[in-house]
Design a protein around this ligand. Structure first.
Ligand code: NAD
Ligand code: UD1
Length: 311
């Protein structure tokens, strides 16, 4: 009999790719999403979709019943929104995670929680290792850290098995191209294909560890299989740093665009450098990123081309 999984936030960018992978291997999939930033267009047929809020405990408990595991992605996934509106974002990001953990421990499901490299804050030490102190500097980072700590407490209190994955900068098809909160790769690919200037904030020497969404799916599937997972925390990144300027040049090259690069003022609150140490994730969950940036960019640009001019 195929296993059943709940994917919260499964109509979103990363969650919908996890749904695809689970369905492709024959699992049964339930999706809980309020469609606030996700879309039904992302969802393949074959998943049982329920529109609702992850803070609705009764609903989460009902959907978790009978599932082997929960991939918990539902969140307001934006650092600036958490700064503008910390109260309502906290309700979704902290209470929502708590609802999922409580439902999972009651039904005996395992949990893979989408955390973030935002928990590291802006300390200059690189690369980021899981052993470093977490010192988030945004409400979003605090909320993700709270989720990790709740996961640990629920493991200690109730024996809940789970893994928290600290994603670095995830990119790929289905990140909402029209949202002002989208990632730099989505924004620059769209601009390149429209012939608009590529906006680089600051001098472009800031670095990020860009990880392709297919690798993030692989990390989630591997994390779900960790035996007796004792609230493990693992980075999901490539270990490679790319400057934003190198990225802009690579996007121009890969897309054949003649757009120019325009420099603007640095973005307030930006972390200067971010790069993962991927070695613990390889040991703890058997995950290593495999998709090179160039290939990920090519696939992302291809997705944009298929969306057509309305993207
Ligand atoms: P996304 O916005 O595409 O996905 C989030 C999904 O959650 C959306 O489908 C949205 O509609 C849904 N959602 C939001 N609030 C909800 C609620 N109250 N109830 C039910 N569903 C709700 O973003 P994403 O990039 O796919 O992010 C997925 C997860 O990964 C999030 O937890 C995010 O914090 C985390 N993450 C993402 C990145 C990144 O680079 N994209 C980096 C670190 C962590
Ligand atoms: C990203 C994630 C965040 C996650 C964090 C973890 C997104 C939208 N945000 O934040 O959820 O917690 O990684 O590492 O994916 N930039 C430009 N021009 C643009 C847009 C951005 O130069 O048009 C620059 C920014 O100033 C920044 C860099 O690109 O220096 C990356 O920005 P962004 O993609 O927004 O992601 P992060 O802030 O790193």
């Amino acid at each position: 009999m195929p296993a059943a999984y709940l994917v919260t936030g499964g109509a979103g960018f990363i969650g919908s790719h996890i749904v695809d992978a689970l369905l492709a291997r024959g699992d049964r999939v339930r999706v809980l999403d309020d469609l606030s930033s996700g879309s039904l267009e992302n969802l393949p047929s074959g998943a049982d979709f329920e529109q609702g809020c992850v803070t609705d405990y009764g609903l989460v408990a009902r959907l978790t019943e009978g599932c082997r595991g929960v991939f918990h992605l539902a969140a307001i996934a934006s650092v600036p929104r958490s700064v503008e509106d910390p109260l309502s974002v906290d309700r979704v990001n902290t209470q929502g995670t708590l609802c999922v953990l409580e439902a999972a421990r009651r039904s005996g499901a395992r949990v893979v929680f989408s955390s973030s490299a935002a928990v590291y804050g802006d300390s200059p030490e690189l690369p980021k290792t899981e052993a470093m102190p977490a010192e988030p500097i945004s409400p979003y980072g605090v909320q993700k850290l709270a989720g990790e700590r709740y996961l640990y407490a629920f493991h200690r209190l109730h024996g809940l098995e789970g893994v928290a994955l600290r994603y670095f900068n995830v990119f790929g098809p289905r990140q909402n191209p029209r949202s002002m909160y989208s990632g730099v790769i989505t924004i620059l690919c769209r601009r390149a294909l429209r012939g608009e200037p590529l906006t680089v904030f600051g001098d472009g020497t800031q670095t990020r560890d860009f990880v392709y969404v297919r690798d993030v799916v692989a990390a989630n599937l591997a994390a779900m299989e960790v035996p007796e997972a004792q609230a493990v925390i693992a980075n999901v990144g490539t270990g490679q740093a790319t400057t934003v300027l190198e990225l802009a040049v690579a996007i121009l090259k890969e897309s054949g665009s003649r757009s120019e690069i325009q420099f603007g003022p640095p973005r307030a609150g930006d972390i200067l450098h971010s790069r993962s140490d991927p070695s613990f994730a390889e040991r703890a969950i058997g995950f290593r990123a495999r998709v090179p940036l160039k290939q990920g960019l090519a696939e992302t640009l291809e997705w944009f081309r298929q969306l057509g001019p309305e993207a």
